[in-house]
Design a protein around this ligand. Structure first.
Ligand code: ABF
Length: 229
């Protein structure tokens, strides 16, 4: 997706923002545009209070002078604006390609509304082509991976799984100090059942299926940005 399209989706989502709102700030290259746009408004005197979904986003927001808080200091958020790796027509999502899924899900769940910004290539009929990120505890990693493999078998996964590496070839570590297993399902026909099965594995901290959390999406196309509600 070109930076122009990402920025268009982010700009469209700015129409949802009102003075005084408490806003969850997403992570990823599309959400980064939204934070830039919000920062420009804050520089002009716009008032808001924000919770970032990653250390990267927190650093960006601080650099722009966006006032930050935590979910320990406020009782909820009005809206979260975040990217996604896949979105279906029922607003179910796969997230976590950027490795921030745990905080993204905590923030989305604490928000009255979650709005996705993306290009329309992220819109799919069925989730699962994008490998599902699963955040796992380091303790008992092999046992957790075996249990994930069992669930993949039960759900007829078409592909395998990999422990995520960073660009230097080292194991990727999340902001919460966990690893990520990327599981290629190919096609996820029952996201709720898969979510429950994965969360039953003790070593699974969280996974990137966002079910019934998102209510709207701004999807950018070369012909303009469309809103799905
Ligand atoms: C975050 O950024 C993630 O949940 C998702 O994996 C990713 C989308 O990235 P991008 O906007 O760069 O495509 O929202």
């Amino acid at each position: 997706m070109s930076e122009d399209l990402k920025r268009s989706a982010a700009l469209a989502a700015m129409s949802e923002i009102r003075s005084g709102m408490r806003i969850g700030l997403g992570t990823g290259s599309t959400a980064k545009h939204f934070v830039d746009l919000l920062g420009a408004e804050v520089a002009n005197g716009f008032e808001c209070l924000c919770v970032p979904t990653s250390e990267v986003t927190a650093e960006q927001a601080r650099g722009l002078g966006i006032p930050l808080t935590t979910l320990d200091d406020i009782d909820g958020l009005d809206v979260t604006i975040d990217g996604a790796d896949e979105i279906d027509r029922n607003f179910q999502l796969i997230k976590g390609g950027g490795g921030a899924l745990l905080r993204e899900k905590i923030v989305a769940a604490a928000s009255a509304r979650m709005i996705v910004i993306a290009d329309d290539s992220k819109l799919v009929d069925t989730l699962g082509k994008f490998a599902l990120p699963i955040e796992v505890n380091l303790f008992g990693l092999a046992a957790t991976e075996r249990a994930i493999a069992d669930v993949m078998g039960q759900f007829n996964a078409l592909g395998g799984r990999t422990l995520r590496k960073n660009v230097d070839g080292e194991t990727f570590v999340t902001d919460g100090g966990h690893y990520i297993v990327d599981a290629s399902f190919g096609r996820i026909s029952d996201a709720k059942a898969l979510s429950s099965a994965l969360l039953e594995i003790p070593g699974v901290v969280q996974h990137g299926l966002f079910i019934d959390l998102c209510s709207d999406a701004y999807l950018a196309t070369p012909g303009g940005t469309i809103k799905l509600s």
